[in-house]
Design a binder for this molecule. Sequence first.
Ligand SMILES: [Zn+2]
Length: 252
Amino acid sequence: MDLLERGIFGFVHRVPGWVVGLVALLLYGVGLILPPILNWSLARLVIANIAGTAWAAVLAIGWLWVQIEARDRRHLMEWTSDLRQLSAEEFEWLVGELFRRETWEVRETGRQDGPDDNIDLELIGKNGRTIVQCKRWDSREVGVDEVREFAGTLMREGLHGSDGIFVTLSKFNRPALAEAKRIGLNLIDRYDLYERVKKVRRTEPCPICTAPMVFGHSRYGWWFHCEVAGCRGKKNLSDEVGRAVEILTLAA
Ligand SMILES: [Zn+2]
């Protein structure tokens, strides 16, 4: 069943919605049309009908699930101002969405349960494959052991140090920084990550100084506010719930 599940999800992940719909319709149609042509008994006809419908439903639900996941991922990018509130899985999503908005083609590898859990995301670019490891730690610093372990993974994948990106919500300690520099590994710590997320967030220009405002949520509702020192520009979106939802749910 596990393999079947993965097959279905793999399918609905990779093809556009209309193809899924078409296949679902075909499956339904086959269950409906084929039995009378083949002159099947009523019992077999009913079974074929149920099977066709069930398969169509499975595909439709799978597709819906993928859509919901994609929507949640976009949510994360917009409202997350404190990344420490994210679970490890959500953190991985966020990092994936970040790279996607930075125009990479991103593949969630789903290899967490596999023998090598150092590959969380794969980025496909013009110059080949880049592998991303995400560590959601926020207090413990990433050390040289973790960097070497990741370097080992890259080597096994036939890649160079520069083909790897290590992302953490924490920081890298000195030996880790030195080792990463030696092998050319790319590091993204908490500060870099916030900077990059900020850049790909959608926003509006400040009504006073036209700098891009920051989107956030307070107990008064949804707000854009200006972060330029001394500027008090802001915009309340609470009366524009539709607009706030749009910002939250639409892709950049
Ligand atoms: Zn301003």
